[in-house]
Design a protein around this ligand. Structure first.
Ligand code: BGC
Length: 449
């Protein structure tokens, strides 16, 4: 496999998110986010919620390494409470300075900053007002997005509005943010508000950004196994699962409304839809960020809304489960490309995240042998090539993640990085075998086997 197989215009990047890497939870005027509160109340396994991987201080070294590995793009996210305190405050100049420095260093390294406006770290104060269940959040979020576009739009040309609404829905269902989330009705109400918020944010950003800026967003995107059902019952179940886990987050922006016919549970959504909402929820993105960590499964009953099933898909290549319990099967990615290739929400797709969470070990010889991760990336990239050969427009791949970081409630384990974070030794960064694999792929003519 060679870099040239993907074409000159293909974007190669690494991805991360503010809470997972930055640390510095109260530095320079930052207010707490819901994730700082989960850290404070002991909901994050082990330690680390407060420190992240100290990107707040070590970003120059990290950006240098990302460049050395051969990547051309660095995806980060902006912390709402770092930039706007409790959520509706004026821009915090020190918070904005931090992102200025990161963006400038990325550009100076010859890479392109790709910026996610929101990757789950909603200000705690807004959460306490009702979070995504409160309709007023639509305006709050749109204003935040607009402020970001105004401040960084002179240098950032690639934007993603919201990372994975489906995961936020999943967190709500699991009651992660408190009991308020446990009812499907609350979750669906939040999902509707997130859809409205993203579309309104997209419009405000488009008005604020220069013409050459591109506005995308990212979603959990996958298909349910079996990919080609042979009986009607399984086909119906497959549609029902995909509607609830994926399509309700994509269809409204594409002007398709909600897939009510596919899943009866979605009827609960109807009571939250006001006149004109389906029109307001439309927004044509320039690209859709695909984040497929494995297939959904249509073979048995599943938990509601956004929950990821843990069953392993049969088949020789599907035996490896990541440490977060997701079966690995790159065919899911290829079938996802096929399903969404002509979806009206966006004309092209970019894999804005892909990767593998494992229990990596730093060995005495200083190496981290993460063969499984290399296998996962190779299979993912083969799926990209197969889609391109079918004429499907996929033009970028971002590895999740650059370095091991805080995997939300799971804390420091599993590790998702291609670079090992040595938490015991001053957070040293040590490229794993997979980082060297990417480096060979991206910087040598011979590529990788
Ligand atoms: C999220 C990341 C997360 C990764 C691995 C994605 O759902 O966007 O923040 O770390 O999956 O679980």
């Amino acid at each position: 496999m060679k870099r040239s197989d993907f074409g000159d215009d293909f974007t190669w990047g690494v991805a991360s998110a503010a809470f997972q890497i930055e640390g510095a939870p109260s530095a320079d005027g930052k207010a707490p986010s819901i994730w700082d509160e989960l850290t404070r109340t002991g909901k994050i396994a082990g330690e680390g919620g407060d420190q992240g991987i100290d990107f707040y201080n070590r970003y120059p070294e990290d950006i240098e390494m990302i460049k050395d590995l051969g990547f051309g793009a660095n995806r980060i996210s902006l912390s709402w409470p770092r930039l706007m305190g409790t959520g509706r405050e004026r821009l915090n100049p020190k918070g904005a300075d931090f992102y200025d420095r990161v963006i400038d260093a990325t550009l100076e390294a010859g890479m392109e900053p790709w910026v996610t406006v929101h990757h789950w770290d909603i200000p705690l104060a807004l959460w306490q007002e009702g979070g995504w269940t409160r309709r007023g959040i639509v305006e709050d979020f749109a204003r935040f997005a607009e402020v970001c576009a105004e401040r960084f739009g002179d240098r950032v040309k690639k934007w993603m509005v919201f990372n994975e609404p489906a995961s936020v829905a999943g967190h709500l269902v699991l009651g992660l943010y408190g009991r308020k989330g446990l009812h499907p009705n609350t979750t669906l109400r939040s999902v509707h508000h997130i859809n409205l918020a993203c579309a309104e944010a997209g419009r405000r950003m488009r008005a604020a950004l220069p013409e050459d800026a591109e506005i995308g967003t990212t979603n959990v995107m996958s298909v349910a196994y079996p990919y080609e059902p042979t009986d009607e019952r399984t086909a119906r179940r497959k549609r029902a699962i995909e509607a609830l886990a994926i399509d309700m987050h994509l269809d409204p922006a594409g002007g398709l409304g909600y897939p009510f016919g596919a899943n009866r549970l979605l009827n609960l959504m109807k009571r939250h839809i006001e006149d004109g909402d389906l029109e307001s929820a439309r927004f044509e993105y320039d690209f859709m960020g695909v984040q497929c960590y494995g297939p959904l499964v249509a073979l048995r009953k599943l938990p509601v809304v956004g929950a990821v099933p843990t069953m392993t898909v049969p088949g020789a290549e599907a035996r490896v489960s990541s440490a977060i319990g997701i079966p690995q099967d790159a065919d899911a990615l290829l079938w996802t490309f096929r399903k969404y290739a002509n979806h009206p929400v966006a004309k092209r797709m970019v894999v804005t995240e892909g990767g593998f969470g494992g229990q990596d070990r730093l060995e005495p010889d200083g190496r981290v042998r993460d063969d499984i991760r290399i296998w996962v990336y190779r299979r993912n990239l083969e799926a990209v090539l197969a889609a391109k050969a079918e004429g499907i427009n996929v033009d970028g791949y971002f590895a999740w993640s650059y370095a091991d970081n805080v995997e939300w409630v799971l804390g420091r384990s599993p590790r998702f990085g291609i670079v090992y974070t040595d938490y015991d030794n001053d957070y040293r960064r040590i490229p794993k075998d997979s980082a060297k694999w990417f480096q060979r792929l991206l910087t040598t003519d011979a590529g990788v086997d």
